[in-house]
Write a protein that binds this ligand. Structure first.
Ligand SMILES: O=C(NC/C=C/[C@H]1O[C@@H](n2cnc3cncnc32)[C@H](O)[C@@H]1O)c1cc([N+](=O)[O-])cc(O)c1O
Ligand SMILES: [Mg+2]
Length: 214
């Protein structure tokens, strides 16, 4: 039977990356996507912006929406301090299976909790189920139409505190216009656009970093 692109991406990790070395896993995926098959990872260029936001924030609790193959999951988790936790939500079981193996190859299972399920279902369960008090960082990279409703859900569930950071991928391409308008207009956020390019291409894209002001 035919393999899927995520399966081929995992194969490239297992072939070219060193077990337990997250940076080699990130590199292997970027090489695969740049030279073999494009895939919707945040990628190396926007990934550097992601790295700088994570490193500067030094978050204890991170939520990622949309794991896909686990590229940004591994990228973020490799920069977290010792007792920090990253919870990542993925509702496609096939993608979740691949991401789980990519995370294991990177040796980051102890820092990452991969949950197979939807943001709508699991955001309201964050506190009771994971003992999460507040989220320091939310990385949004799931369906672009869900960025805004999920942001409002995070607010309503009391998961954001003064200083919590929302970092959204693809605010230009494919774009999330309603989300962008909301965070840029709302007095409750201080928003900043980091201009970059769509992963592995020359098209414009960027990340929007929005600090919740409480
Ligand atoms: O469409 C894009 N991303 C959508 C990503 C979606 C991923 O998040 C999961 N998901 C969705 N709602 C969910 C709710 N809850 C959990 N997982 C969820 C999907 O199963 C998928 O794994 C995209 C597209 C391009 N592009 O150039 O076309 C570039 C990018 O960087 C992109 O991120
Ligand atoms: Mg993306």
């Amino acid at each position: 039977t035919q393999s899927t692109r995520p399966q081929r991406l995992l194969g490239a990790v297992q072939k070219n990356a060193t077990r337990g070395d997250p940076r080699s896993v990130v590199k292997a995926i970027d090489e695969f996507c740049r030279h073999k098959e494009w895939a919707m990872n945040v990628g190396d260029e926007k990934g550097c912006i992601l790295d700088s936001v994570v490193s500067e924030l030094n978050p204890a609790t991170v939520l990622e929406l949309g794991t896909y193959c686990g590229y940004s999951t591994v990228r973020i988790a490799s920069l977290l301090p010792p007792h920090a936790k990253l919870i990542t939500l993925e509702f496609n079981p096939d993608y979740a299976k691949i991401a789980c193996q990519v995370i294991a190859w990177a040796g980051l299972e102890d820092k990452i909790q991969l949950v197979e399920g939807s943001s709508a279902e699991w955001i309201p369960k964050m506190k009771e189920h994971f003992g999460v008090k507040m989220l320091d960082l939310v990385f949004m990279d799931h369906w672009k139409d869900d960025y805004l409703p999920d942001t409002k859900l995070l607010e309503d569930c009391g998961l954001l505190r003064k200083g919590s950071v929302l970092l959204a991928d693809n605010v230009i391409c494919p774009g999330s216009p309603d989300y962008l308008k909301y965070v840029r207009r709302s007095p409750r956020y201080k928003s900043q656009y980091f201009r970059s390019h769509l992963e592995y291409t020359k098209a414009e894209d960027g990340l929007e970093k929005s600090v919740f002001l409480g």
